[in-house]
Ligand binder design. Structure first.
Ligand SMILES: Nc1ncnc2c1ncn2[C@@H]1O[C@H](COP(=O)(O)OP(=O)(O)OP(=O)(O)O)[C@@H](O)[C@H]1O
Ligand SMILES: [Mg+2]
Length: 342
């Protein structure tokens, strides 16, 4: 008999639930994105996000069970993100999980969202086929975080590098805004960069002697170039807007990809890791995936793009390993918007 875990994720603007068997087999993954709701504001509006989770959560949960061909009674435990994230959004998921745990008499497992991003890799085929073993060098690059974590075993992390200012995803979103592209910015920058010349010289903040990142300088440099070339705040007459946007987007992407790839590989070598693990929305980026795979001589585990951005299956996968360790969460658990990892 397999162990079925239902995972709930509501830390930001995706209402998501997924079922995973034995921590590795993806049974279902249902995501209701609020992108359209927030796009007109250029970012996530916390109160609107919480209220949309309240509307969407029950249908999403029902769909996750149906897609897995199971009922809620077939679940062995319920895993839920309790931080980090937006407090009001987290509360909706945690309260639903408590109700399910209480009514079905199954364990409640509180999961760290960032750890969930790492465990999305346990759902990928490559990991199943070729398990490199610990320690693993992990990059979590998302809308709110850019962390380098040494994973020494299940549930054992050491934070060895982090951004000192903007997260990589936040930088993608701000760069897209400067270039007049839509929200979220990462996929838009990737789209317009395809086939474009990315040779425009943008700075890279190497933060020498550390494994830390800084992305705010690249963003400011992009802003100054966009102003100098007559693209920002609104395009001047005679400017080849389309070509300029494509070239600047590609240059920005190259700059971020270069730093992320170099630092992850430096970390893997410094800590003698056996493999690289990527997670978080930015690791859906095709250029980043290609570049890290090209530069690394170690196995690189990257979830498919749909498991890089927020989802419930990654929370279920992570919850399974906590369940196996007997790591249950008391019913009076509160959300923790600033929950650290490592
Ligand atoms: N193809 C892509 N290229 C670059 N960035 C991307 C891509 N797809 C998504 N992103 C970025 O990923 C971010 C969203 O990722 P994710 O959903 O993991 O973040 P989050 O959950 O909001 O933040 P956190 O995980 O830190 O709490 C956005 O900033 C978005 O622009
Ligand atoms: Mg996330």
């Amino acid at each position: 008999m397999s162990v079925n875990i239902l995972g709930i994720e509501t830390s930001c603007d995706e209402t998501a639930a997924g079922v995973v068997a034995d921590g590795r087999v993806l049974m279902s993954n249902v995501i209701s994105s609020q992108i359209d709701l927030h796009a007109k504001y250029g970012g996530v509006v916390p109160e609107l996000a919480s209220r949309q989770h309240v509307r969407d959560l029950i249908p999403v949960l029902e769909q996750a069970a149906t897609d897995a061909d199971l009922s809620l009674e077939d679940m062995d435990a319920i895993a839920v993100t309790y931080g980090p994230g937006l407090a009001g959004s987290l509360i909706t998921g945690v309260n639903a999980a408590k109700a399910i745990s209480y009514s079905l008499g199954i364990p409640l497992i509180g999961v760290n969202h960032l750890e969930g991003h790492i465990y999305a890799s346990w759902l990928t085929k490559t990991e199943l086929e070729k398990d490199p073993g610990f320690p693993l060098a992990c990059l979590v690059a998302s809308g709110g975080h850019t962390d380098l974590l040494l994973m020494e075993g299940h549930g054992k992390y050491k934070l060895v590098g982090r951004t000192r200012d903007d997260a990589a995803g936040e930088a993608f979103d701000k760069a897209a805004r400067i270039l007049g592209l839509g929200f979220p910015g990462g996929p838009e920058i990737q789209r317009v960069s395809a086939g474009a010349n990315g040779e425009e010289d943008l700075p890279r903040a190497w933060m020498k002697g550390t494994l830390d990142f800084s992305f705010s300088g690249i963003k400011t440099a992009l802003l100054h170039i966009a102003q100098d070339r007559g693209l920002y705040p609104s395009p001047e007459n005679g400017v080849d807007t389309e070509r300029l946007i494509r070239e600047l987007a590609a240059a920005f992407q190259e700059s971020v990809v270069d730093v992320l790839s170099a630092k992850l590989i430096e970390m893997a070598s410094k800590y003698k890791a056996n493999g690289l693990v990527l997670g978080g929305g930015v690791t859906a980026n095709a250029r980043l995936r290609k570049e890290i795979t090209k530069r690394s001589h170690l196995p690189v585990i990257i979830p498919p793009p749909i498991l890089c951005t927020d989802n419930g299956a990654m929370i279920a996968a992570c919850g399974y390993f906590q369940y196996e360790r007997g790591d249950q969460t008391p019913m009076n658990i509160d959300v923790n918007p600033g929950l650290p990892l490592g």
